[in-house]
Design a protein around this ligand. Structure first.
Ligand code: UDP
Length: 330
């Protein structure tokens, strides 16, 4: 088989959960990797092992810092733009930061990419499907967002603007841009601080605290291992015909949140009580709406790069449990 030539990748949000795993993969594949992160939610520990790598360079800076972004884009073939405000809790508690980071940040990345004609892989989210009820969610489906009074929809709208902007740069300027929508992604290094359910349930179970299920727990999600997700992103970056199209990336095993709580409790052998928390008690400000079901269609990415998730939910959960146990007993 012909060996893939090495390239220089710029990963924005490179010290984040997905970003740090992606940087590792790109280094393993022999590429030069530049990472930029302002460490607002990313953590230096996530990339501690990479900092000494001769093909890895890290800049602690915001993507809106034009001088740093320009210098890094000038050296890059491909930009994988992951830097964003994410996590339901963060989005609700810091709506201004969320909108400004996501919209102005992406604009800054696209402008730099255009100057040097870098290829761009642009992270979006399954939140853009909003309250749509057609299951599974396909990339060409209509979207249905709730009212502007609810901060969560501002996050969804900001990522839609990112997609629109990216596709506009593609259509108007011929820039190679591929937006991809991440569904619930899990794995080691994911923080529970911003609302992510699996690290939160695992930590609660390990500490014998109540496992807090929102609502009646009948809402469902499909979880995908971060190792599978980064393979998908890398795969999209490797083939030219994905440009100008949007791709879902997500797991296809649907589970209710109540069942997830029970699964975590069993796997950790925990004595925790499972407690149902009414939505009205979850977030004090910003209003809140949850999605009942969220299931991706992964037909498009399968057809283009032959990707499908390989790790099932039990293996994913075991990986997070091992990581959280190690974090509790350093
Ligand atoms: N959730 C929960 N308890 C928690 C945190 C989250 O029941 O302590 C629920 C949340 O309401 C949602 C699901 O778990 O229905 C997934 O939440 P997460 O914030 O991980 O991601 P989302 O899919 O909402 O973006």
């Amino acid at each position: 088989m012909e060996t893939q030539h090495t390239q220089t990748y710029l990963v924005t949000g490179g010290a984040g959960f997905v970003g740090s795993h992606l940087c590792e993969l790109l280094l393993t594949e022999g590429h030069q990797v530049l990472a930029i992160d302002n460490l607002s939610t990313g953590r230096l520990e996530n990339i501690a092992a990479l900092l000494k790598h001769p093909r890895f360079h890290f800049a602690r800076a915001s993507i809106t810092d034009e001088i740093v972004m320009d210098r890094m884009a000038a050296q890059s073939d491909v930009i994988i733009h992951l830097a964003a405000a994410v996590g339901v809790r963060l989005v609700i508690e810091q709506p201004v930061h969320t909108l400004e980071t996501n919209i102005m940040g992406t604009e800054a990345v696209l402008k730099s990419a255009l100057r040097y004609r870098c290829r761009v892989l642009l992270a979006s989210t399954s939140e853009v499907y909003g309250k749509g009820s057609k299951i599974p969610f396909s990339e060409a489906d209509d979207v249905l967002l709730g009212p502007t009074a609810i901060a969560r929809w501002g996050y969804a709208a900001s990522k839609m603007v990112d997609e629109f902007l990216g596709l506009a740069y593609h259509h108007e300027y011929g820039l190679d841009v591929t937006p991809f929508r991440l569904f619930n992604t899990v794995g080691p290094r994911q923080s529970s601080r911003y609302g992510m359910v699996i690290p939160k349930f695992v930590q609660q179970a390990l500490r014998s605290e109540p496992i807090t299920v929102h609502g009646d727990g009948q809402q469902t999600r499909c979880f995908c291992d971060v190792g599978d997700v980064i393979r998908a992103i890398y795969g999209l970056a490797q083939v030219p015909d994905t440009t100008g199209q949007v791709f879902n990336i997500g797991g296809d095993e649907e589970i209710s949140i109540l069942e997830l709580a029970n699964r975590v409790k069993d796997l950790t052998d925990s004595a925790s009580e499972i407690r149902l928390i009414p939505y009205t008690d979850v977030f004090a400000v910003g209003g809140f709406e949850d999605m009942q079901r969220r299931v991706p269609s992964i037909e498009r990415i399968k057809a283009h790069i032959g990707w499908q998730p390989q790790r099932d939910l039990n293996a994913i959960l075991q990986g997070v449990i091992d990581y959280e146990v190690a974090a509790l007993n350093p």
